[in-house]
Design a protein around this ligand. Sequence first.
Ligand code: DGL
Length: 269
Amino acid sequence: MSGPVLIFDSGVGGLSVAAALRRHFPEAALCYACDNAWLPYGLRPDAALVRRIVATCKAAVEACRPAVLVVACNTASTLALEPLRAALEVPVVGTVPAIKPAAALSRTRHLGLLATSATVRRPYTRRLIERFAADCRVTCVAADALVGEAEAWLGGREPDAARLDMALASLWQAARLEAAPLDTVVLGCTHFPLLTASLSALAPTPLAWIDSGDAIARRVGQLVAPLTASGGRPGPGFATAPNAALAYALAAYGFGPPAPLALADAATH
Ligand code: DGL
């Protein structure tokens, strides 16, 4: 099976996954597509979102002809992996919160889950916690404000520390507990690893930040071997609302300026 690895997210969050793929497979051809016209996914109703994700990924697969699609979005993966697999012929790798490795690491048995409102309330996420962290306390924090901060940061503006701090107040409170303080945080949204330096600087105690990037890269390597090489060319970029800030962010991660992605299904607009 030849073709690039297609990375899909609502916005720039998938670039954290692109970075993990590049660390594991520096020569691999990558292609990036995002649905920034519908950002943020975490605040959208589920039924409309499923239709939209399937339509956007279909258009992106058509445009990129990839060997594999990486849904580099927890909000999309915890909702739409089954309909995506039914609608597409290429293999689909999803991104779900890294509860299992975080539970393996935590000494205090108290984890934080930082994700979008949608991911925090999904049954899929609840099942992950029951299955892999049954003996842990899990403090779930819906931190949608961080999505906008990561978008702005990659577009060239510093993250707003006061805004981050306010969104994370309940996480910091759990880290300050005297008995069994939280020691490990799952970054359950692909936008959040882009902010790790700011998050670490604000945290009241040293915390381990765990994301899914390495696990996704390993899964891609298992499914497609060998990966098609890029030959040193920048990966193509696609977006539902191309703009200059996105072009700036894509360029920093080795992708060309975004071309418009046209969706076939008018019902998804
Ligand atoms: N990056 C996405 C995720 O991993 C979500 C951002 C959004 O709300 O659009 O969940």
